[in-house]
Design a protein around this ligand. Structure first.
Ligand SMILES: *[C@@H]1O[C@H](CO)[C@@H](O)[C@H](O)[C@H]1NC(C)=O
Ligand SMILES: [Ca+2]
Ligand SMILES: [Ca+2]
Ligand SMILES: [Ca+2]
Length: 263
């Protein structure tokens, strides 16, 4: 009898302790998941989940984001103009026909304009990141495709022939048959011997598009598991019902994880 009571008390204490630890872990989890809900309205939307997954996948880039922006020395509250960017990019070291990213000043201006989503003639930090990491921003994908075609398309027909693909001058190439190049054929879907805009896009951005698709699938999966009332948004209690589900949006499992190390 006595022993049973002791046992019972121990069980009760253990349950209480684990509940408290659970509460504490949840609280920390939510604090550290702050960047899930950057507008702090207490709801995590599909868009916010997507951005979260995107940032997780590109954590290395994001660690660098502030530094990149700071390097442009834009005064607080102001935006980056092309003139300012040009002064930073094109120095004695980098002439205007080959800037720090191997693009011409003209190409950088076109890219700058494409990054300027609200078309006010200057870039805020987010727009500047789209300028730098255009691959990661679907609204920049046509621009990247055009840049690639521009770089390779020597005869100006708007497509990339097999010779151009191989980086050889038209006419001086030692032949080479695209039909014997399985890698080229993989991208030349209509087998006409040259890569069209859509084919170049798939060639250059295929792997990135796959990862973006993968993010979208994961976000859908997270919503299907956590969004109990199916309004497309997650409340705090919906996330807390199974906090580890959010973890599936993470890419690596290195030790600075914000969930595993709490449990
Ligand atoms: C970029 O946009 C500006 C207007 O904001 C325009 O004057 C300029 O010609 C454009 N440059 C390129 C290369 O598209
Ligand atoms: Ca929100
Ligand atoms: Ca083709
Ligand atoms: Ca919901």
């Amino acid at each position: 009898m006595k022993l049973q009571q002791v046992y019972l008390a121990a069980v009760v204490l253990a349950v209480m302790a684990s509940t408290l630890a659970d509460e504490e872990a949840k609280k920390k989890l939510w604090e550290r998941l702050d960047h899930l809900d950057p507008d702090h309205d207490g709801l995590v939307t599909q868009e916010e989940l997507k951005n979260f997954a995107f940032r997780e996948r590109n954590r290395d880039l994001w660690e660098d984001a502030d530094e990149q922006w700071d390097s442009m020395e834009v005064p607080p509250g102001e935006k980056l103009t092309f003139q300012q960017l040009k002064e930073k990019f094109y120095t004695d070291e980098f002439p205007e026909d080959e800037g720090p990213f191997g693009r011409t000043v003209q190409q950088d201006h076109t890219r700058f304009n494409a990054s300027d989503q609200n078309q006010d003639g200057a870039l805020d930090k987010e727009e500047f990141l789209a300028f730098l990491w255009a691959e990661e921003y679907p609204h920049m994908h046509d621009l990247i495709t055009l840049e690639t075609i521009e770089d390779l398309d020597r005869n100006g027909d708007g497509a990339v022939s097999y010779n151009e693909y191989r980086g050889e001058d038209e006419g001086t190439a030692h032949g080479g048959d695209f039909q014997e190049d399985p890698e080229f054929q993989e991208f030349d879907k209509d087998a006409d011997g040259k890569l069209s805009h859509a084919e170049v896009k798939e060639w250059v951005l295929g792997p990135t598009l796959d990862m973006i698709k993968e993010d979208e699938e994961k976000v859908k999966d997270v919503l299907s598991k956590l969004d109990k009332d199916e309004d497309g948004k997650l409340t705090r209690s919906e996330i807390e019902a199974d906090p580890e589900v959010i973890d599936t949006l993470r890419y690596d499992d290195d030790d600075d994880g914000f969930i595993h190390d709490e449990f």
